[in-house]
Design a protein around this ligand. Sequence first.
Ligand SMILES: O=C(O)[C@H](CS(=O)(=O)O)OP(=O)(O)O
Length: 239
Amino acid sequence: MEIRVFELLEGAKKARGLTVVIDVFRAFTTECYAFSEGALWSWPIARLEDAFALKKRYPDAVFLGERGGAKVDGCDLGNSPYDVTKTSFKGKAMIHSTSAGTQGIAAAAKAGAEEIVTGSLVNARAVAAYIRFRNPSVVSIVAMGKAGLTSTNEDLICARYIEALLKGEAYDIDGKIAWLRNHGAEQFFDPAQADIFPTEDYPLCVAHDRFNFVLRVCRDEAGRLMIRRADPPEWIERT
Ligand SMILES: O=C(O)[C@H](CS(=O)(=O)O)OP(=O)(O)O
């Protein structure tokens, strides 16, 4: 298995094989909590105008929209996992448009990734187990960073953690997360940014391996990108 680690939107455009698009702060952490709260599927949408058009067509879908970290006017929620844990997603579809994560999925799909799964600390070990089960010849791990433009420590830590799990190498994930608190997570502890990055989001984002499902990207009947939850035991038993 050849494992390649890429960064940012430029990296997503190089994705090949089974591709993990990572966004720890916060898109794919938020998605995991929404699916754990009962969401049926999610439409990851790159352009906000497309997301608003979809919401018009499916008004019952929960619309999460974020730019620059903040909730976009007219959306139901922003990109906060804490807000998601306070919202009922049972039986609901979700529309999700963010600065980095959902842009990365769109770019990787366009680039020709054979299969795409999301990556975050909360389900990193499950992602590695799923990859081992699928046993692809090429794995692309893409750390999306801030707005897909600037490298971030949390996404690189998650990328290296998944890579280490795949290679059977040791990786001090708890030590890395402790270090991250003051090296990339400061926005969650800044009172001036509390409206956008609530402190409650941070422990939810770094609760590594809390979930044992993966989020796989597929297409709906109209050809739109769609994310669905895939649970063990269908794949975990053989890892
Ligand atoms: O909402 C977030 O935390 C980020 C904002 S940005 O990428 O740092 O500008 O969006 P996401 O798509 O979850 O990275």
